[in-house]
Design a protein around this ligand. Sequence first.
Ligand SMILES: Cc1ncc(C[n+]2csc(CCOP(=O)(O)OP(=O)(O)O)c2C)c(N)n1
Length: 535
Amino acid sequence: MSNTAARLIARRLYNAGCRHVFGIPGGEVLDLLDALEAERLRFTLCRHENAGGFMAEGAHHASGAPGVLLATIGPGLVNGLNAVVNALQDQVPLIVLSGAVDGAEAATYTHQIFDQNAVMRPITKASFTAADGAVDVIIDKAVAIALADPPGPVHVDLPLNVATKEQTVRPALYVPPAAKVAPASSAELTAAQVLIAKAGRPLMIAGVGAVHHKAGDTITAICRDHNIPLLTTYKGKGLMPEDDALCLGGFGLSPESDRIVQPLIEQADLIILAGYDPVEMRVGWRGLWEADKAIDVAHVPARHGMHSATVSFVGSVKAGLGRLFEGAALHPVWDNGAPDKIRSELQSFFANQGAWGPHQAFATARAVMPASTVVTTDSGAHRILLSQMWKTQAPKTFLQSSALCTMGIAVPMALGYKQAAPDTPVLAVVGDACFEMVAGELATLRDQNLPVIIMVMVDQSLSLIDLKQERTGLDNRGVLFGQTDYVKLAQAFGGYGCVVTSADALKQELVSAMGRQVFTVLACEIDKKTYWGAF
Ligand SMILES: Cc1ncc(C[n+]2csc(CCOP(=O)(O)OP(=O)(O)O)c2C)c(N)n1
């Protein structure tokens, strides 16, 4: 068996559970590409490395294994930077493999060459150059670092001469994940349990750390046992089934949902933070509660300065919450019924309403698509309204960039998810500008035979930005654009497309799309003004 550096990297990634690699090859990564396929990792050729990075993220959400992006030297690597920063902010384990020339060569040769590690270092958790004799250690470390809390991107440069060098095969360097532990008996634990025992109006806010630690069942059980209402971030959606009367839904980017829910936060006398990272939140979430009424059960130490908590634990969010509530007997809580009133207010504010528009489109899609559907959404007005309206039953079924909030993620992330989980229905809901940023990836959907359904909300405007101009009295500048024929576009790339202007038509088209073997683009024509005041 060949034991070149390239083969070793591929084998160790396979052993870490990786089955898919996305990217675009160049002359400097051909040995690696060969090795990846030889070790049973399937390569998907995308049309832009940045989209490849989001595809890798989609595959990660489907499988739990780190996503893998392959980029060639120079332009290939830097084309993927937005996806790398997204992985850093949105806490996605992503291995970025790139080609490089040999160190000695770079002394006298400059074509396409710059310090790739220097570019990658500030936007990754680590950036390595694979060194002959230590390739196994480096790839094992890369995987361990990518998966450790908070998960994130790790870059590995593989110089051409190292890629083909035979390596001594050593047992896998076992880098055990740091033990995730519950708080030990301590003064802090006692103080937190006293706060819980005294609470009359407790509230829980859960986020991405609870998703990483699979704490959904624990959170649901605690909230139900003690009648504690739950708020989540957008990434935390589904930690508790969102149709539960105690679940108030996802929050983060909608001023209207903030306006409705913040009085409840003010009334609360105890706030339990469960893996909550405010990187997803608008600035209005800064300093919302006094430190002495908050207990923080976090997956990483807080460095954000957005809020503080009088007692704070870093470790297992799941075991930590379990320990805090061991034997807890709360008083009857929320005797004023405030959470129910807030839930009703949220429901009626974000209810389906009026004639055809985004509300009807989203309500129709939710009603028609099976409960097992995974939805990806992009950045813009469409995403904020959809995040408030779409109810999920489980975490990781509603995917988006909610920390970096980048455009152009939803279609490639849907593609990567479908590639890794072909039996799951996958729906991407995107704005027209977000869609056009990555329209070339329709070719990837065609080549890979992936029947992803794409709902494009067509309003010929960067509506979220348009709305900001409107609110601040500025003229529309740089936000309006012309009409694209999405039906022809879809057909040109080998898929099915149609224009949708009613809820009935959308219902029929979604049903047909689920039976189709190729991708579907549903161009939902709406009036941008339907977003005004909607979130
Ligand atoms: C890569 C990137 N560029 C610019 C932005 C700023 N931005 C956020 S939302 C948005 C508008 C997106 O327009 P569209 O896809 O049509 O969605 P809509 O707001 O109309 O729902 C822009 C330009 C961003 N978040 N990411």
